[in-house]
Each structure stands twice: as C-alpha cells, then as structure tokens.
Ligand binder design. Sequence first.
Ligand SMILES: [Zn+2]
Length: 112
Amino acid sequence: MATKEFLWNADGHRILLTVNKAVVDVSPSICPHGATEDAPCYHEGINGCIVNHFVNVYGLEINSGVVPASASIEIAWAMSGSRWDADLADVRIIPMEDPNFQEWLDSQKADS
Ligand SMILES: [Zn+2]
C-alpha cells in the first residue's frame, strides 16, 4: 500500500473539488503555511507551496486514496525528490478521510 512508503504530512492542506458536468475539477484550496520559506511544503524551485503546485499541474493524478464526495477535502501530502527543481520532485496527496490513511495515522500514533 502506497501510504506506507511515504512520510505523510497532515498539516491542514485542503483541495477543492468542483463538478462541471461529468468532469471533476480540482484546485488547491488552503496552504496552512501561506508559502512561507521555512514551511515543510516550501519548494525552492517554484518559490512556493509544492503541494498547491502539484495539485494545479497534475490534479487528482497525484491522489493515492479514495476521494470523498465533498467539495472541500483536507489532505495529507508527501514529497520526494528534489527540493530545488520542481520537475524533479514528486508529490502525492491522500484525503485525510481515506480508510487506509486513517490506518496509517493510527499506527503512527501507536508507535510514539
Ligand atoms: Zn503548502
């Protein structure tokens, strides 16, 4: 399961889903850090939030979980690859409500 391979950041990022006829549009909604330079999601290559950037460019392609049918979704995210070149970075998101993610979150709490 993909959720195990990443260190997920559950820090309050949200995405917005809007259904337009049969097409679901996804857009970044909230970056809790406001793209500040010391934020975990700040990326040198784009001078901003790497999560919002990947949601803008790739939409739900980077989602690895089950998306609930609601407009505003709180997500966890994980980045691998370059912190300096966004083209060499990889970001995955997963809805906080995803059952597999909840399982992972519980296992993290159990460890600490
Ligand atoms: Zn962010």
